[in-house]
Design a protein. Sequence first.
Length: 324
Amino acid sequence: IKNIAVLTSGGDAPGMNACIRAVVRTGIYNGINMFGVLQGYQGLINNNIIPMDARSVSNIIHLGGTVLKTARCLEFKTDEGMDQAYANMKAHNIDALVVIGGDGTFTGARRFSERHPVSVIGIPGTIDNDLYGSDFTLGYDTAINTVIEAIDKIRDTADSHDRLFFVEVMGRDSGCIALRSAIACGAEAVLLPEKATSLEELIRTLEIGAATKKSSSIVIVSEGHKQGGAYDIAKHVKERFNHYDTKVTILGHLQRGGSPSSFDRILGSRLGYAAVNELLKGSSRQMVGLRGNDIQLTSLDEALTAHSFKLESDLLEMTKVLSI
Ligand code: ATP
């Protein structure tokens, strides 16, 4: 392998820049010519491919988002799109690709490397932490910290006015952000996509809080919760529970931005470093991920088909115990 390209695809996540920096510098350290692809797979198709040197990634480790930009690209799902992308890579003599993104990005990478002789390594980058093969995905820790900062502020006003706040956080299929945030913010209850919580149960918890003189309550609702988002839940609860004034906050896209936490900077650096070293060892169609405190490989086949329940059982149990 002489020439490696790196791209970011799907949703952006804090820590992607630290990861790009590590990929580029590890490659250059090993005498590889490095390239950046702008706007994900769209950039491969449009030949938006730029050479990168060690200085191209200076002063980006602390930045949120991705300096390579990201995009969703339908054309890459077609054979013609993939063939055009390969032709552009060949013109630059690029023989390997590091893709940073989520499961859509990995699906594209796997198909691409089956169709064309290109080595690929995937790096799990998504705030939702919804990928198999890595205990933590890039951006997840920063997103939790952002949620915590916001909820601490909401708690100030909730407490001053004796209010009940429903705060909706990101996670369409994954309650990871919601659960960790709930523990870290001392939320009174949390509603997760993976777990059915009846309204009766929620109201009972809130009733106990009111009876034991809680001056405010915060309920965290994961956007993927089956009984609806924070507005729906708040509406139903309000009809039957009126101890507090009820408010709703949707945190939305602010959870995706911001300077990465130390954890995400280090994780991005480790994963980027490992991805290039694996390519140099001859690995392909693998994902690098964090398991325990080790960087380990999972085949893209396994990463895309296996599923794991990622909510920590002790945290789930603690949501009930510590909120009394
Ligand atoms: P996120 O978790 O943020 O949604 P993601 O990587 O899952 O990240 P997607 O939009 O699902 O985001 O996928 C990113 C890109 O990967 C798509 O825009 C498309 O270019 C490519 N891709 C997705 N699925 C396929 C597929 N079946 N074949 C080829 N390419 C694909």
